[in-house]
Design a protein around this ligand. Sequence first.
Ligand code: UD1
Length: 418
Amino acid sequence: MQYYIVKGGNKLEGEVSSSGSKNASLPILAASILNKGKTYLKNVPKIHDTEIMYQIMELLGIKISKEDEYVVIDATNINNYEIPDNLMRQMRSSVILAGAIIGRCKKAKFSYPGGCDIGVRPIDLHLNAFEKMGIKIEEENGKISCSTEKVLGNTITLDFPSVGATENIILAATLSEGITYIKNAAMEPEIVDLQNFINKMGGNIVGAGTKEIKIIGTNSLNSVEYEIMPDRIEIGTLLCAATITKGNITIKNIRIEHLIPVIYKLEEMGCKIDLKENEIKLQAKDKLNACNIKTMPYPGFPTDMQPIMGAVLGVSKGTSLIVENIFENRYKYLAELKRMGAKTTVEGKTAIIKGIRRYTPAKVEATDLRGGAALILAALNAGGTTEITNIKYILRGYEKIDKKLELLGANINIREGE
Ligand code: UD1
């Protein structure tokens, strides 16, 4: 089992580049299944979740190789349409393969997905949408079988703007007959990246990034190369890491418009931010101000940044309130931060955080991906050595986060142990 040893106290200073977005790469990898040929993807992060995705795709008969900076997906032949239970459980995003496999094979078999323990995370919106598109769904012994002669366009109104359901509908509809409208669609930038990729392959989608998306079904797609967008959550994490260490950093390869809600909060906390077209500079101030956060679907404050910002608020002057509106179980990390001295209480959706001067080192355990990142930040702030175990969660979604932080002056090492 790997763990991190972090010696806190160093100010982060210097320059790093962002990695490609995890949450854009996964649906785009799924979309590459729709093309009976090769796809060349640049900027796919080397993380555990993309590795799981490759493993599942290989089991379907797809060939994955690496050529220079490209991941090459050869989906000329597919000889399987079933996602094995053990891989499905390892990653919730495996569910978006369903839409792509149905789109390509007109049938798919999978079980309920696993993933971070941050809430119940049902897939009813995905399955209801599939049914509206003429796909027959049968459940037996925990397996979900989907089949259809043709995927048919329809109007689907989502009860909640689910990111995964929006992506799954797009994936199922790309090669369908007719036109699909998604109303109350999720507006996240990763969905725009998925639309841009599919359209580059010859698909016909408009409206991603707004509440209504229109997908006109096409017959076939063609081979393209495509560069995945920067990871806005990784960038937000690095900005918060600089903030919590009173540092001064520059991050290259960013899209300003994706970072607005996070920038707004960091400025409210007293950070000085300079923006250039493809670059962000942050200078933290010595005493950070408390502030309030409410997570919302995009363009609101991202739920994935909530634990990370929560770690910073733990050492900001005054009392901060967080309201988590997306996932019902996303405060587990606070129990670990308490071991490091944090003063917090949780009442329903709300966390009340009374800022302390500085975290104290402790032995803590990552509870999920972003909660794990929150612990790294607290450890960077603490005066002494913190051990973070269960880092498999962190490795799922951050590409070489220890190396990037080291480059900025942090003292963080990955160790192997029992
Ligand atoms: C995606 C992101 C995740 C992010 C989340 C919200 C990926 C790989 N993951 O997850 O990092 O935190 O968006 O921005 O892109 N829901 C239902 N029924 C459904 C589907 C969702 O009730 O069928 C609920 C969920 O339980 C949750 C809310 O809708 O409370 C949002 O979930 P959703 O937007 O679907 O998140 P994911 O796509 O799983």
